[in-house]
Write a protein that binds this ligand. Structure first.
Ligand code: AMP
Ligand code: GLY
Length: 421
């Protein structure tokens, strides 16, 4: 098969390396890919949002499968557009991708179908939002921009002043653009967070092994929210009992709710959960593989990945048996100094071998470019250094030992991934 993967981050690198393990994958392209992905796939100069470009490339090159990895092309209808041309595409259609693209849609869906989540209100006017928060007078309070905001559209306000500023910056200053036309104001929940990615063809759902993201920029869960600074799998808090409960109260009800709404979800459905004292609740849905969760989940997959993806596209997932390794996996993100704020690009990365890898770990490239034959930084999150181990400690030790062999000026990584929960 000829496969085209749309996207350019560490998640896409992990997807490509797993697809490449399948004997069915004859040739893999990435649109646009990045400097490190270029070692494992042929990168083509087509942007991840270029629906017409992807369509034309898939037709000209007789692509058998287009794997759409990021949220924005899914929300923009890339899968719909490819299917309309008879091209097999992995990922939800736009009407199903809305489960991530609109927080208002996802909250209303959960309310309608009794799927456990934080209590909330949807408000489309800044003064009303501020009044609602003042009347409620419960802090902290969680304020979310409705639309996509690179994982940064959530503000947890400790007091009224902070909440007022958050509403103004989202709804009036539009710091997240049109995503902030409406806000969701949510009850603050507490408890360990768990990420569960699931394969689903709209009928059958198989959860993948659990994982845990570390969203804050700095050690001790301090600093700003980021796209994710590191992950571990499995998540130590996610017991078999909790998994069973989630299947019954959250996962299958969500699949069924989407069907009832006439928006069958096919692809990877990501459940961001919080294990609260009142049971597991949904913090967010994503319509795609998580980044950097994918980097610790896919290395544990033993079943042929191409077979699973094709079974989802063909709605025959029930016929597949999926097996996972008992090993643990850890990923440490090496980021550019300053991320998630502004940072420099084009800084040379040293310590990687001629394949962009390092002994003892797998390096998934997130923001790298090749310049004059050298790898340089080209994004906020630069590398995801990942290792499997017999247990979590071993996986973490191996990942951190590999991190120490890699260098670029200004590099920042957390030293407590997997050690703090
Ligand atoms: P989201 O983009 O919705 O996943 O939110 C980003 C992060 O904000 C989550 O991973 C949580 O750590 C935190 N968060 C979101 N909603 C809540 C909530 N209702 N209560 C407590 N923390 C929350
Ligand atoms: N790691 C969180 C996400 O992919 O949204």
């Amino acid at each position: 098969m000829k496969i085209l993967v749309v996207g350019s981050g560490g998640r896409e690198h992990a997807i490509i390396r797993k697809l490449a393990e399948s004997p069915k994958a004859e040739k893999i392209y990435a649109a646009p890919g990045n400097g490190g992905i270029a070692y494992d796939a042929e990168c083509v100069n087509i942007g991840a949002m270029d629906i017409e470009g992807v369509k034309a490339f898939a037709k000209e090159n007789a692509i058998d499968l287009v794997f759409v990895a990021p949220d924005d092309p899914l929300a923009a209808g890339m899968v719909d557009a490819l299917e309309a041309e008879g091209i097999t595409a992995f990922g939800p259609r736009a009407n199903a991708a809305e489960i991530e693209a609109s927080k208002v849609f996802s909250k209303d869906l959960m309310k309608k179908y009794n799927i456990p989540t934080a209590d909330y209100a949807v408000i489309d006017n800044a003064d009303e939002a501020i009044k609602y928060i003042e009347d409620k007078n419960e802090f902290p309070v969680v304020i979310k921009a409705d639309g996509l905001a690179l994982g940064k559209g959530v503000i947890i306000a400790e007091d009224f002043e902070m909440a007022k500023d958050a509403v103004k910056s989202i709804m009036e200053d539009k710091i997240f653009g049109a995503s902030g036309n409406k806000v969701v104001i949510e009850e603050f929940l507490t408890g360990p967070e768990v990420s569960v990615l699931a394969f689903t063809d709209g009928k059958t759902l198989y959860p993948m092994v659990s994982s845990k993201d570390h969203k804050r920029a700095l050690d001790g869960n301090k600093g700003l929210n980021t796209g994710g600074m590191g992950t571990i799998s499995p998540n130590p808090y996610y017991s078999d009992e909790i998994a069973e409960e989630c299947m019954k109260t959250i996962f299958m009800p969500t699949v069924e709710a989407m069907n009832k709404e006439g928006r069958p979800f096919k692809g990877c459905l990501y459940f961001g959960l919080m294990l609260t004292p009142k049971g597991p609740k949904v913090i967010e849905y994503n319509s795609r593989f998580g980044d950097p969760e994918t980097q610790v989940v896919l290395p544990r997959l033993k079943t042929d990945f191409v077979d699973i993806i094709m079974a989802i596209c063909n709605e025959t997932l029930a016929d597949i048996n999926i097996e996972w390794s008992e090993e643990a996996c850890a990923c440490v993100v090496m980021a550019s100094g300053g991320y998630p704020g502004s940072y420099q690009k084009g800084i040379e990365i040293t310590g990687l071998d001629e394949n962009g890898q390092v002994d003892g770990a797998t390096v998934y490239h997130a923001g790298t470019a090749l310049k004059d034959g050298k790898l340089v930084t080209n994004g906020g999150r630069v590398l995801g250094v990942t290792a499997l181990g017999a247990n979590l400690d071993e996986a973490l030790d191996k990942a951190y030992a590999a991190v120490k062999k890699i260098h670029f000026d200004g590099v920042h990584y957390r030293t407590d991934i997997g050690r703090i929960l």
